[in-house]
Design a binder for this molecule. Structure first.
Ligand SMILES: Cc1cc2nc3c(=O)[nH]c(=O)nc-3n(C[C@H](O)[C@H](O)[C@H](O)COP(=O)(O)O)c2cc1C
Length: 182
């Protein structure tokens, strides 16, 4: 009996200790126009587990590069909130939300603003990541912080275009650095 009790106490402390050490349930939510951010999101999801969700504007942006440059600038100047196609079911189940996007005009694409305003993230952890053509995260983290009160924002990851062959190990190192490795 004594042994059973001792083992039970031991297992309890092991389980609660592990629970504290492991990061909470993750959602990787991303918007991608050309596919680069999607590739990064998929690799992050592979390493964090949890769920993955694509943020899709109800009205798609043009597939033409020059046209989307104009559309994105127009949206940003107007601080537009483009409607989204789908909603995340039961956001309450997630503790850590990775938010991915291409750097658009040095900040977040406006569908990300719509996404951030669609849910109550209070008490959750937000982890930004972006694909860029040289501007890294730009002003995007400040924009996210402004739209997401009462959240903890961890150090973001910026990836040059697709990230190349070191992307997987770069993600592993980054997750370790921010305390989110599994
Ligand atoms: C509308 C638009 C605006 C962009 N603005 C910037 C920018 O300000 N700085 C930058 O480094 N890259 C900029 N880029 C390049 C993208 O961030 C880059 O190509 C990225 O890899 C695209 O990711 P995606 O394939 O997921 O859409 C811009 C691209 C587009 C289409």
């Amino acid at each position: 009996m004594k042994l059973v009790l001792t083992l039970a106490v031991l297992f309890y402390f092991m389980a609660t200790g592990l629970a504290k050490a492991a990061p909470g349930k993750a959602l990787v939510a991303y918007f991608s126009w050309g596919g680069n951010t999607r590739g990064i999101a998929e690799l992050i999801h592979e390493q964090t587990g949890g769920d993955i969700f694509e943020i899709v504007p109800a009205k798609p942006y043009s597939g033409n590069y020059n046209t989307v440059l104009d559309e994105a600038l127009r949206d940003q100047r107007a601080q537009a909130r483009p409607a989204l196609k789908d909603q995340v079911q039961n956001m309450a189940q997630y503790d850590v939300i990775y938010i991915g996007y291409p750097n658009w005009w040095a900040s977040i694409p406006m569908p990300i603003a719509t996404f951030l305003e669609s849910y109550d993230f209070s008490g959750k952890t937000i982890v930004p990541f972006c694909s860029h053509g040289g501007g890294r995260l730009g002003q995007s983290v400040a924009a996210i912080a402004k739209l997401s009160p009462n959240v903890k924002i961890l150090e973001g990851l910026s990836v040059h275009y697709t990230g190349g062959s070191s992307l997987k190990s770069d993600i592993t190192a980054w997750l370790k650095k921010i305390g989110q490795a599994r």
